[in-house]
Design a protein around this ligand. Structure first.
Ligand SMILES: [Zn+2]
Length: 164
């Protein structure tokens, strides 16, 4: 999974040098992942449609999982087992947090050779995608702030955190 992602990324980079990019910016496969609210949750872009994203999540403890579009349409790939979006989400979480931390958070007993996705045996559940998706949008708005030492305008709402 990771290897194919990596080689896809490498391919994309090497293509860019030769051919001008068609789209100005390609969304990362997993633009948002977090361990929050007792869940591993995040946003995974659709492999086929650039405009569509999936919100995938796994509950800690129960190991139940869910996946739907940001408009709350159920993911067609989710049939009793984690779909490719959940697989991508878990892979990204392992990259960002390390496997041990993700396993501990989800309360999954995972040995060094265990694939975390295979240990998600709680079955599927429906979860509200909207909450995660709005967190993602908020996360994006912070990412897109220009790199500047100027005080962040939004922070003026908090008197104690305004101009130093
Ligand atoms: Zn899915």
């Amino acid at each position: 999974m990771l290897d194919s992602q990596e080689s896809a990324a490498r391919e994309r980079r090497s293509t860019v040098r030769v051919v001008p990019p068609v789209r100005p910016r390609k969304l990362a496969k997993v633009p948002f992942v977090e361990l929050a609210d007792g869940r591993l949750q995040g946003v995974v872009s659709s492999g086929s449609d650039i405009a569509r994203v999936y919100v995938s999540s796994v509950a800690a403890g129960s190991r139940t999982f869910s996946c739907s579009t940001n408009n709350n349409r159920p993911c067609g790939g989710l049939r009793g087992a984690p779909c490719k979006h959940l697989q991508a989400l878990v892979a990204e979480a392992v990259l960002q947090y390390g496997k041990e931390r993700v396993a501990r958070y989800l309360r999954v007993e995972a040995g060094p050779d265990d694939d975390l996705v295979r240990l998600l045996d709680g079955g599927q559940e429906s979860a509200q995608a909207a909450v995660v998706f709005s967190r993602f949008l908020r996360h994006l708005s912070y990412l897109e702030l220009p790199d500047t030492t100027e005080p962040v305008a939004e922070m003026h709402w908090f008197p104690a955190m305004g101009t130093p």
